[in-house]
Design a protein around this ligand. Structure first.
Ligand SMILES: [Mn+2]
Length: 356
């Protein structure tokens, strides 16, 4: 297992490389060019710049999270071929600096979704929270109103220009089914996986977060059966998973340690974090510790260890501690993620010791 830490880039992240360097066990930074829109071909100079910055600290840049997939590819529009071409161009450029794993997702319109970014918890910290009833059966127009007034629903990183396009996006997805999404994902994979194989880049799809349909839009990377179907769309090691315990953990019936054991040879990137799921389906992000949430993180680590996992891992989101919500990105403060790493490495070290 190779431990990594997400870094949003120079002048774009208060959690700087200086700080990350002081966290034990981090071998590489998980990065992206966050200002590139989906469908753009990434400039090679910018890619080389990140490589140089990471080199100074002795971090690898093996994992990119994410190269985003253009909506036209998900929708299966005639313009998709053009965007698949630019996707491949970016893959080729990333290969030249030694990138080994590209994370992406295939969720229509929305990325991860929460109803509250700074929900106060009992100990005074705050965390990302999802209140199911607030967005159940919401209609697109109501959603747009709520988003623009910033009440009830929050989409991190949704700039106003993109918000204006939501109505259009919803129209594009009317009468669009999960089967359509499967077809379009297969089409995409059939084009990019041969390239990934040639470049020896492992493609890693991130599960949908939360792992159920929202706003009437289909979500498909949500459970064991669907992951099995996904892997068989193109049965090639380079077509793999970024297994996120927090996303799959939003649905209590997902037995994550057992999912890890079944698909371990196709998991290239592991996001490890905990969530507490309530009886009504709401969930809140917690510390990484097993007893704090609904996901048994000790068993998750045991499943990876017993599978001989050699891929990349990172602590995923953290709570916001000691006032850091004033400056950190939602879910991406320093303290809880750093403590998360120590917890994960503590478990891992013990498992290694048990082998002796
Ligand atoms: Mn994740």
């Amino acid at each position: 297992m190779k431990m990594t830490f997400r870094w949003y880039g120079k002048d774009n992240d208060e959690v700087t490389l200086d700080k990350i360097k002081q966290i034990p066990g981090v071998e590489g930074v998980v990065w992206s060019l966050h200002d590139m829109a989906a469908g753009e071909s990434w400039p090679i100079e910018r890619i080389k710049e990140v490589k140089k910055q990471a080199d100074e600290y002795g971090f690898n840049i093996d994992v990119v999270e994410s190269v985003n997939v253009h909506e036209d590819i998900k929708l299966g529009l005639p313009t998709r071929d053009k965007y698949i071409e630019t996707y491949i161009e970016t893959m080729e450029k990333l290969a030249t600096v030694g990138v080994k794993c590209i994370c992406y997702n295939f969720m229509p319109v929305f990325d991860w979704t929460r109803t509250e970014l700074y929900k106060k918890t009992e100990d005074g910290s705050n965390a990302l929270f999802f209140e199911k009833s607030k967005i159940e059966d919401i209609d697109p127009v109501e959603l747009i109103n709520k988003l623009s007034k910033n009440v009830d629903v929050t989409m991190p990183g949704w700039e106003p220009e993109r918000l204006e396009k939501i109505e259009e996006s919803f129209k594009a997805y009317s009468d669009f089914t999960a089967e359509d999404l499967w077809d379009n994902l297969k089409y995409f994979l059939e084009k990019i996986i041969p390239v990934a194989e040639r470049l020896d880049i492992k493609m890693a799809i991130h599960p949908d977060d939360p792992a159920f349909d929202i706003f009437g839009l289909p979500r498909i990377i949500i459970n064991r059966d669907n992951i099995r179907r996904f892997l068989s769309l193109v049965d090639n090691k380079h077509n793999g998973l970024a297994l996120c315990t927090g996303s799959l953990g939003s649905v209590i019936t997902n037995d994550i340690p057992s999912i890890i054991r079944e698909f371990s040879d196709r998991i290239h990137f592991a996001h490890v974090r905990n969530v507490k799921v309530f009886e009504n389906g709401d969930f809140i992000e917690t510390s990484h510790r097993a007893c704090d949430g609904s996901v048994d993180i000790v068993e998750v680590m045991r499943a990876y260890h017993e599978s001989g996992y050699e891929g990349y891992m990172r602590p995923d989101h953290g709570r916001h501690l000691w006032g850091e919500e004033k400056w950190c990105r939602p879910g991406y403060g320093l303290y809880d993620r750093a403590m998360g790493i120590m917890y994960l490495l503590g478990i891992w070290d013990q498992l290694e010791k048990n082998k002796e």
